[in-house]
Design a protein around this ligand. Structure first.
Ligand code: 5SP
Ligand code: FE2
Length: 230
């Protein structure tokens, strides 16, 4: 991935006018779509029919984050309706390698997410099977929560493993991402940033996206400069 991606989460958008809210973020790299089933997390959003229709009218690609049980059964449905990237939770998948292969075979990017307390080490051997690894920076379920700095060491270890493996895996962070926190995530190695309340809670979502992007780019440049010091 050549540059940093900002993916606003429509969980913080005005649900009565989702078409307009998607058109307000055309400068973003993708729209982040949080699917919740009230079992994997204590909250409920939308399912395939709503996501399919929104995808038809969206000016930008979809980055679907499935916070649902029985991911092996449901995730392929989102690839089938054309979502460009589909991320399931490792904790909710019985056969994550088989599932990732199925998503790719259907033409989607395959993503896998880890809750804050789930270690990354058991999954490092399957990096080649993934296009994206999502390190949750809040407990999944709700927008507007505080960024958990305790997830940063895991993010650093994941970034090191990705570099070491040579695999082309994007590292995504999701939860509590704002201009105050995005720099720390970028320095730790994230290159895809989900932001809900800091984009849709702003008066000007497009300006908020650019603000996040420039803070992240500066932080990533600084950390590269420090890493490359003799
Ligand atoms: O997956 C989730 C929450 O479970 C996120 O995608 C949130 O929607 C992010 O919202 P903010 O923390 O940025 O407000
Ligand atoms: Fe999410």
């Amino acid at each position: 991935m050549s540059h940093l991606h900002i993916n606003p989460s429509i969980l913080s958008a005005d649900f009565s006018r989702l078409g307009d809210e998607l058109r307000a973020i055309t400068d973003a790299d993708a729209a982040h779509i949080d699917v919740m089933d009230n079992h994997f997390v204590p909250n409920l959003t939308w399912g395939p029919p709503v996501v399919e229709r929104l995808h038809e009218i969206s000016p930008i690609p979809f980055d679907v984050h499935l916070m649902i049980e029985d991911a092996d059964r449901w995730a392929p449905r989102y690839a089938e309706i054309g979502c460009e990237s589909v991320t399931f939770h490792a904790e909710a998948a019985i056969a994550p390698i088989k599932l990732a292969r199925e998503l790719r075979a259907q033409g989607s990017r395959a993503g896998m997410a880890l809750r804050p307390a789930t270690p990354v080490e058991p999954y490092l051997d399957m990096l080649e099977e993934l296009d994206l690894l999502l390190i949750m920076t809040v407990e999944p379920g709700f927008g507007g929560q505080k960024f958990l700095d305790l997830t940063l060491p895991k993010l650093r270890r994941a970034a090191e493993a990705v570099r070491g493996s040579g695999a082309s895996v994007a590292l995504q962070v999701d939860g509590g991402v704002s201009e105050e926190t995005i720099g720390r995530a970028a320095e730790a190695g994230a290159n895809v940033f989900v932001a809900g309340s800091s984009v849709y809670g702003a008066d000007d979502p497009a300006a908020a996206i650019e603000g996040l992007r420039s803070v992240a780019e500066r932080a990533a440049e600084n950390s590269t400069r420090i890493t490359n010091m003799p």
